[in-house]
Write a protein that binds this ligand. Structure first.
Ligand code: FAD
Length: 269
């Protein structure tokens, strides 16, 4: 059951020119319920009625960490909080990533990177081999690489302009992981020599997720994606985040997601 409570800000750190890391004293009653890929809904001041959904980046011993970028009024207000301030938090909410045995490739693009850290950590704690492919716009947006390195067998970084990591898109890294030694191409999914395919878990902008899903379908890899639609209530009571699935049904991103099997998503919606 999600908990609604006032949480004290334990630490507020600026990660780069755009992103802030906020650690909250959320308590064991909240953190003991978290599974990777879930989010919290945070009230951003008395004047804003709607809470803001922010993914859970990490959690341990009653502490909960979120990482966010300033996008508008709510996140700007959040960025001005200091250690000792209290925040009204509702969570954990949503349906997160499913972890299966074998190899996992976590894929993050931009502000989709933070939830993949908690996912990598949870998977590594279960003895799963985790690799990370992270994409940023430029060096100014780079974040959390060291944190990923603590839990992942490999961490690869790309940026749009080449100012950090390799120049290119994160989808190129995904394709390299999926193609592995056999080189990929048509018919790769049925190639007897192909290496063990990782399950791909991704969060980022929708065009990136669409491309990752298409690659996984081509190579026959399992793929889960976290969709960050605009949302209202966060608990499935309103229709703000309703989206169409591939079989024509409507689902709430907040309650049924934010994580979906990539095959469930209607990528043209
Ligand atoms: C499940 C989920 C997880 C998210 N995790 C993160 C995260 O870890 N870090 C992070 O920086 N951002 C995350 N976001 C996006 C974040 O919620 C928005 O950037 C934030 O709500 C913007 O609020 P604002 O008041 O600053 O902007 P405004 O544009 O002023 O917000 C106006 C309204 O639009 C909604 N809104 C605006 N942009 C978005 C968006 N992209 N997604 C959903 N609602 C939006 C707000 O909730 C608010 O009701 C997540 C979104 C979802 C749905």
């Amino acid at each position: 059951m999600p908990v609604q409570k006032l949480c004290t800000v334990a630490e507020m750190v600026r990660l780069n020119d755009y992103a802030y890391s906020m650690t909250l004293e959320a308590g064991e009653d909240l953190t003991s319920q978290i599974s990777c890929g879930q989010f919290v809904h945070i009230k951003c001041g008395h004047s804003r009625l709607l809470r803001r959904p922010i993914s859970i980046c990490d959690w341990q011993d009653g502490l909960l960490r979120v990482v966010f970028e300033v996008r508008g009024e709510g996140t700007e207000w959040l960025s001005r909080r200091k250690a000792g301030d209290r925040l009204d938090v509702l969570g954990p909410l949503g349906h997160g990533f499913g972890l299966s045995a074998g190899k996992i490739l976590v894929v993050g693009g931009g502000i989709g990177v933070p939830p993949m850290l908690g996912t990598a950590k949870a998977a590594a704690a279960r003895g799963i081999e985790v690799h990370a492919a992270l994409g940023f716009r430029d060096a100014g947006h780079r974040m959390l690489i060291q944190d990923f390195a603590e839990h992942c067998r490999s961490v690869q970084v790309v940026s749009d302009d080449g100012s950090t990591g390799r120049k290119g898109f994160v989808t190129e890294l995904v394709e390299e992981h999926l193609a592995g030694a056999c080189g990929g191409g048509e018919g790769c999914a049925s190639c007897p020599d192909r290496p063990e395919l990782p399950a791909v878990l991704a969060c980022g902008p929708k065009p990136m997720l669409r491309a990752v899903a298409a690659l996984c379908a081509r190579y026959g890899a399992a793929c889960q994606v976290s969709l960050e639609e605009r949302m209202g209530c966060g608990v499935g009571a309103c229709l703000v985040c309703a989206c169409k699935t591939a079989d024509g049904h409507m689902k709430h991103v907040c309650k049924d997601g934010p994580v979906f099997d990539a095959k469930e998503v209607d990528w043209d919606d």
